[in-house]
Design a protein around this ligand. Structure first.
Ligand SMILES: [Fe+2]
Length: 173
């Protein structure tokens, strides 16, 4: 789906008070921008640009970005409920990423690495980086969670249900 089509659809169905256009960014914290930039570029494969002496912008696979700002001394680790998900296109690729995260954990300060499994309807695993940001690597088709918006509202446990039927493309087996 093109950005234009999405914008047109949003315009036709908008019932909100504010006429907002695009969720452009979230924020992440970093203890050391140079080290974090190396981790993002060399391990995670993100595109990174310095926006100021205080901030970097990072993105991958789309126009939504993270603004990376200095972490306060003694700042709390990111809660798993605030994790950031990064997609691959098959469960085999999740397993491969898991092996690489374990292999390079010491080099990049990665910790609390969970085993891949089906969780909230998605095959994935979690880890925390040196900045104590929480990441999830998950299997999702190109377009990320487009499929859930196409399915529409779910009842009860919905996608959290272990028996939830994800699109075949999300399984990639
Ligand atoms: Fe998630």
């Amino acid at each position: 789906m093109s950005d234009t089509l999405t914008a047109d659809t949003a315009e036709k169905t908008r019932t909100s008070t504010l006429d907002l256009k695009f969720i452009s960014h979230g924020t992440l914290e970093s203890k050391n921008h140079e080290e974090t930039r190396k981790f993002y570029e060399e391990f995670m494969g993100f595109e990174v640009v310095r926006a100021s002496n205080m901030s970097m912008f990072a993105r991958l696979g789309g126009k939504h970005i993270y603004v990376v700002v200095p972490k306060e001394e003694g700042g709390a680790p990111m809660s798993v409920r605030n994790h950031n998900g990064v997609d691959v296109h098959s469960e085999a690729e999740v397993d491969k990423a898991y092996e690489l995260v374990k292999r390079d954990a010491e080099k990049w300060g990665l910790h609390q690495i969970s085993k891949p499994m089906i969780q909230h309807g998605t095959y994935s695993f979690y880890f925390w980086d040196r900045d104590d940001n929480s990441w999830e690597i998950l299997s999702n088709p190109p377009g990320g969670y487009d499929w859930m918006f196409e399915l529409g509202d779910q009842e009860g446990k919905g996608s959290m249900d272990r028996k939830f039927e994800r699109p075949l493309a999300a399984r990639g087996r």
